[in-house]
Design a binder for this molecule. Structure first.
Ligand code: CA
Length: 90
């Protein structure tokens, strides 16, 4: 176990921000997974690494702002937009 520069616990692989479902890549199903968490659907709450990776705005809260940024990232035609840093392992 190690701690990243933001104080997050890192276990195993590098963090891929936005990889809410921990599949290794950022994909449309991550939006679904985060939406289920925000809707407080029973047994669909995020915990552990998935919760950490869901905080794509990195403000230590998982909320609608994270969902919006994730949608913007996945709908962006320019995934190299420097303002969008999701999906970049760190
Ligand atoms: Ca956040």
């Amino acid at each position: 176990m190690a701690f990243g520069e933001d104080g997050y616990v890192i276990v195993g692989d590098k963090l891929v921000w936005g990889d809410v479902n921990e599949s290794g890549i950022v994909e449309t199903s991550d939006i679904t997974r985060l939406a289920m968490h925000l809707a407080e659907i029973p047994d669909k709450g995020l915990t552990g690494k998935g919760y950490i990776l869901a905080d794509v705005t990195r403000d230590n809260a998982v909320n609608l702002a994270d969902l919006i940024l994730l949608v913007q990232y996945l709908s962006s035609e320019d995934l190299n937009n420097p303002d969008v840093v999701l999906g970049i392992p760190r």
